[in-house]
Design a protein around this ligand. Structure first.
Ligand SMILES: [Zn+2]
Length: 320
């Protein structure tokens, strides 16, 4: 019997996940789904804010249903932590008056939004249920900002902050000062593998330091269970940091030794699998992560654009 080759990315991942909707601070909720993309929700005096929209309007409706079980206030703000399609394309479903992201995230939607959409649907079809409900064209923000800004839900403040480059060049986090809760987007994952295909490995640890400095008592990571309590928050951040450091150091060593991308991938995969192989989407992420780390190790600051075609060529080269 021949050895089975891994199916492309998460194209064979069809198992439904169980959704949780937990109050992790007063009027602050974590929508999580066993490693699928998370959403944060803040209920203010007069309105609701949603942080990360889900991949399609149909998927967004599952968030709306949970929100409607706890409040009938209108959802006025939808915040996008970064430009990835799986976070963004559900946004029109909420009927919000404002869709907000960083200037840098908008720039990336302009530069590579269409390519990213096709790439992400191909990689992970299960997360794009109801893809036909995605509006033609892309989701565009109504409001952008450079460093940070405050949104007011009546008297309740939600502060949006750029803490540095990391998972992408345009990540922001949300901080709810009256609850000491943060929404980290994909800068922090918990029991799920950080996706690094568009990452800035050199900067990401400093960005995590800035995030640690907020002193969160609870946090919604990008994927995985809600982090409740300072110890669990610290665990989520340190686990993410360890993965990034181990991966980038290993890739740098192999690149410096003049090894090819494929040789580098095989060695890094073998080195990381014992510690991280049971994290959700490890096999999916690692080829993309090593490809980007190899580019950065070789001096390429601006991540190359992933297209559906480039995804499959890379997969064939590394895993075929
Ligand atoms: Zn992402």
């Amino acid at each position: 019997m021949s050895e089975t080759r891994p199916a492309f990315a998460s194209s064979a991942d069809l198992g439904e996940k169980t959704i949780s909707f937990d109050e992790i601070g007063k009027g602050v909720y974590a929508y999580t789904a066993e490693g699928d993309p998370n959403t944060g929700v803040v209920i203010g005096d007069d309105s609701v804010l949603v942080f990360d929209a889900q991949a399609t309007p149909k998927m967004a409706q599952t968030v709306i249903d949970r929100v409607r079980a706890v409040t009938d206030k209108p959802i006025r703000h939808v915040v996008l932590s970064h430009y990835h399609a799986v976070r963004v394309l559900g946004a029109p479903a909420y009927g919000a008056s404002e869709i907000i992201c960083s200037d840098a995230a908008r720039d990336m939607i302009v530069e590579r939004g269409e390519e990213d959409k096709a790439s992400e649907i191909g990689r992970f079809p299960r997360l794009f249920q109801g893809a036909e409900s995605i509006r033609p064209g892309l989701t565009w923000p109504t409001t952008t900002f450079s460093e940070d800004c405050s949104l007011w839900l009546g008297k309740r403040e939600v502060r949006l902050m750029s803490l540095g480059r990391g998972h992408t060049a345009g990540d922001i986090v949300a901080w709810i000062p009256d609850a000491d809760v943060s929404f980290a987007g994909d800068l922090v994952e918990y029991g799920a593998t950080p996706y690094c295909g568009d990452a800035h490995f050199t900067d990401w640890p400093d960005t995590l330091d800035n995030l640690s400095g907020l002193g969160s008592v609870a946090m919604v990571p990008g994927r995985g269970a809600a982090l409740v309590g300072e110890a669990m928050v610290a665990d989520g951040i340190s686990g993410t940091r360890a993965f990034l450091g181990d991966l980038f150091e290993a890739v740098k060593q192999n690149a410096a030794a003049g090894r090819s991308l494929r040789e580098t991938f095989e060695r890094v995969h073998a080195a990381l699998k014992p510690a991280y192989g049971d994290w959700v989407i490890f096999e999916h992420c690692l080829p993309f992560n090593v490809s980007r780390a190899y580019d950065e190790a070789n001096g390429l600051d601006h991540p190359r654009i992933w297209t559906d075609e480039r995804d499959r060529q890379m997969w064939l080269e590394l895993r075929g």
